[in-house]
Design a protein around this ligand. Structure first.
Ligand code: 2RA
Length: 340
């Protein structure tokens, strides 16, 4: 007995990871359809050793399907997610469209699984932004032990967060640095990304923050606790896959670094790699293809009474998108459909 699953946007980076993870986690699938835009019609996608050809999202009838994993932009989501939801197929949406909708639960299963019960208002469940997902996995267990007052986070986000064109730009721009005449101008980003860092992700807001930084604030409040104050600086770095974050946390009461390390070591979804020696920490190159959110450099912040600093790394295409979406599907199946 399994679920009838549709992956919408199956030919993109996140869509393909969703298929990989459905297979790796042996998600109970009775039947699968893979959908894409008309221009990608008939593209082959793999789930395990089975090949599927993409069908047309525009004409697809979601009636009778259990779960639709959406990995398309907000424009397509706005057009097709309500159709799927109305047909009785729950939508797990990776775009930002519904994340801040009070009638749509925003879920990281390790943090707020009970919120899944709210899905029925619109038959839509939202997946958080990649940079938020890995951070709240670390914050939640610490918040449960010693209430968090304030978070200051700086992110170092890989180019795969911007899609395939950005990956190609980093690759070609880097090559072009060594091959005279093959220089590649900045196109995806406002400035060159090869051997550079760009303190700007998404659009600028009125107050001088960027939309990416606003997302981390709004989503942390919705997933963990609206009382937590968050300030973020989101930076694009010349890394292909894997987001890194430097997180400073101020608590309501003192939390010893050793206790924080033990809490994180036993928390769901987390792998602690934290030795005060050369290589005793995780780097983005080591998180690619993994499920875990890695935590290193756990240490007291002695400049304030109740502070902890830590380093957080995770595969942004996995926990930051596809893995979290599949985990929501697992949670929905267990709690709501009770078939799997
Ligand atoms: C990024 N978080 O990294 C955004 C969207 N995936 O570009």
């Amino acid at each position: 007995m399994g679920y009838r699953v549709v992956v919408v946007g199956a030919t993109g980076n996140v869509g393909r990871e969703m298929l990989n993870i459905l297979d790796e986690r042996q998600f109970p699938i009775e039947e699968l359809e893979v959908l894409a835009s008309r221009k990608s019609l008939g593209t082959e996608c793999m789930l395990g050793d089975k090949t599927y050809k993409t069908k047309d999202l525009d004409t697809f009838d979601f009636t009778g399907w259990d779960i639709a994993l959406f990995a398309v932009g907000s424009t397509a989501t706005k057009e097709y997610a309500p159709k799927a939801a109305k047909a009785g197929c729950v939508v797990i949406d990776n775009s930002s469209l519904y994340r801040y909708d009070p009638e749509v639960p925003l879920i990281v299963p390790e943090c707020n699984p009970d919120d899944i019960e709210l899905y029925s208002k619109k038959n839509i469940i939202a997946n958080p932004n990649c940079s938020t997902a890995q951070m709240v996995v670390a914050l939640k267990p610490l918040h449960d032990r010693a209430k968090i007052k304030r978070v200051v986070v700086s992110t170092y986000q890989s180019v795969s967060g911007s899609g395939k064109e950005a990956i190609d730009e980093l690759w070609n721009q880097t090559k072009g640095k060594y091959v005279p005449g093959q220089e590649v101008e900045a196109k995806v980003y406002p400035k060159e990304i090869a051997f550079n860092v760009i303190p700007h992700i998404d659009v600028f807001m009125e107050d001088g923050t960027t939309k990416e930084e606003w997302k981390m604030v709004a989503e942390t409040k919705k997933i963990v606790d609206p009382a937590i104050k968050v300030t973020a600086t989101c930076v694009r770095v010349p890394v292909f896959v894997g987001h890194s974050e430097s997180i400073n946390i101020e608590f309501e009461e003192f939390l010893d670094e050793d206790e924080a390390r033990e809490i994180l070591r036993t928390a769901p979804g987390i792998m602690v790699v934290d030795k005060r020696e050369d290589g005793g920490y995780v780097t983005p190159a080591e998180c690619v293809g993994e499920f875990a959110t890695y935590i290193s450099r756990i240490r007291q912040d002695s400049t304030i009474d109740n502070g902890i600093n830590l380093w957080c790394v995770s595969d942004n295409l996995r926990k930051g998108a596809a893995l979290n979406a599949v985990q929501i599907a697992e949670l929905y199946g267990r709690r709501i459909l009770k078939k799997g």
